[in-house]
Design a protein around this ligand. Structure first.
Ligand SMILES: [Zn+2]
Ligand SMILES: [Zn+2]
Length: 217
């Protein structure tokens, strides 16, 4: 905790027709890594982690939309890393083939079982790095963010984007829940860096000032 600046590394890939940003964060002391949102290019993700000497310890899902889970069948063939997801997105997960069809994606292979359920305020770790699960429903019923308080860092999935928010007109979306989730994000420090599921990184300070949805909608 004393000097977190050199203790981690983040890898980013932009995958699929919806240009989904997927990530890995690694503890550079222990070389343990977690993959956040296995949305595609699973083999490349595994190769890149291996090249850097990182060991994949777990897969954490922000939610179960197809563009964030499409790589799971492939990664499960090559890795035993357990998959974490919030149970409220299980119906979406089960409907992955229909989701794929809707977006013209080809979901080859069966989806692996979810190994662990995420819940609000759960404490997770990867090597020396600690994260807190923030339950942030609205875009989907089981959307979560992974908040690394010591690193001033939030993997927000599709809850908040630079200047925008995730869609709330999809099956299982809720405008009211989204409003409450955005309120909760307002309570985090302005300096929090947000790595979203789509588009460029931002900070919560930036979004509190300039994102119209943070003023209410
Ligand atoms: Zn989504
Ligand atoms: Zn998405």
């Amino acid at each position: 905790m004393s000097n977190p600046t050199n203790t981690f590394e983040i890898l980013t890939w932009v995958v699929g027709p919806l240009q989904t940003s997927i990530y890995a964060i690694a503890c550079t002391r222990t070389n343990k890594a977690v993959h956040i949102d296995c949305g595609g290019q699973a083999q490349k993700v595994l190769n890149d982690l291996k090249t850097q000497g990182f060991e994949l310890e777990a897969i954490w899902q922000t939610h179960a939309h197809i563009d964030h889970i499409a790589g799971l069948p492939e990664i499960a063939v090559h890795s035993d890393a357990p998959i974490y997801m919030h149970p409220a997105d299980q119906p979406l997960y089960q409907a992955a083939p229909q989701q794929a069809q809707r977006f013209g994606l080809n979901l080859s292979g069966g989806l692996p079982e979810i190994d662990h359920e995420l819940h609000d305020n759960q404490q997770l770790s990867v090597g020396d790095l600690r994260a807190q699960v923030l339950f942030l429903p609205g875009h989907s019923p089981g959307s979560v963010g992974f908040y690394f308080e010591e690193l001033d860092l939030l993997f927000g999935g599709d809850v908040i984007f630079a200047g925008s928010i995730g869609r709330v007109d999809l099956p299982g979306s809720s405008v009211d829940q989204m409003r409450a989730s955005l309120e909760r994000l307002k309570s985090l420090p302005d300096t929090t860096r947000v790595l979203p599921g789509h588009g460029p990184a931002t900070t919560l300070g930036q979004e509190k000032r300039f994102n119209p949805f943070m003023q209410g909608f």
